[in-house]
Design a protein around this ligand. Structure first.
Ligand code: ADP
Ligand code: MG
Length: 160
C-alpha cells in the first residue's frame, strides 16, 4: 500500500492484520477518517488496531454511543462513529472536541461531522472487492505522511 494505492484484503483476518500492522508504528496525536459503506470493515480495522496495541477487551461498534474510548499502553484512542448524527453541530453539542484533543482519533462516517470533527491526517478507504475488501490510505498532513510511510514499510513484516 502506498499513497492511495490499494491492498486487497481477502478475509476478515486480513483486515484485522492491516489494523495490527499500523499499531506497531503509529504515534499520537493523529486523526484518521475511516471511509466506506456499511459493512466495509471499518470497525473490524479498529478492532485489529486495538488488538495490535495489546487491548484484549471487547471492541464494540460505537454506532449508538458515538464514541468508545480506550487507554492502552499510555495511548488514548477514541473510536467515533458519527453515522447517527442528524447534523454536524452534534459534534460540538456533545463536547467531542475535548474528547478528541491530543488523542488518536479514528472516525467512521466523518462527513456527518463535517466542519466540526478534527481534520484528517490520514484517510483509510475500505470497499467491497469480490468476497473480500480493498483498502487504500492517503495522507493529508506531515504527521499523516510520516505515519503512512512507517506503516507501508511495516506491511511486508505483517504479511502483505
Ligand atoms: P463497518 O464498520 O464498515 O460497517 P464492520 O467492520 O462491522 O464494517 O464489518 C462488517 C463485516 O465485514 C463483518 O462481518 C466482518 O467480519 C466483515 N469483514 C471485514 N473485513 C473483511 C474482509 N477483508 N473480507 C470479508 N469480510 C470482511
Ligand atoms: Mg462500523
Amino acid at each position: 500500500m502506498s499513497d492511495c494505492t490499494p491492498v486487497f484484503l481477502p478475509d476478515e483476518a486480513a483486515t484485522l492484520a492491516l489494523g495490527a500492522s499500523w499499531a506497531r508504528v503509529l504515534t499520537a496525536p493523529l486523526t484518521i477518517y475511516l471511509q466506506g459503506d456499511l459493512g466495509a470493515g471499518k470497525t473490524t480495522f479498529v478492532r485489529g488496531l486495538l488488538r495490535g496495541l495489546g487491548y484484549r477487551g471487547t471492541v464494540k461498534s460505537p454506532t449508538y454511543a458515538i464514541v468508545e474510548t480506550y487507554d492502552s499502553d499510555g495511548l488514548c484512542l477514541n473510536h467515533f462513529d458519527l453515522y447517527r448524527f442528524s447534523s454536524p453541530e452534534e459534534w460540538e453539542d456533545a463536547g467531542l472536541d475535548d474528547t478528541a484533543a491530543a488523542s488518536l482519533n479514528l472516525i467512521e462516517w466523518p462527513d456527518k461531522g463535517r466542519g466540526f470533527a478534527p481534520p484528517a491526517d490520514l484517510t483509510l478507504t475500505l470497499s467491497r472487492d469480490r468476497d473480500g475488501r480493498r483498502a487504500a490510505a492517503c495522507a493529508h498532513s506531515a504527521a499523516g505522511q510520516q505515519s503512512l510511510h512507517a506503516w507501508i514499510q511495516n506491511l511486508p513484516a505483517a504479511g502483505f
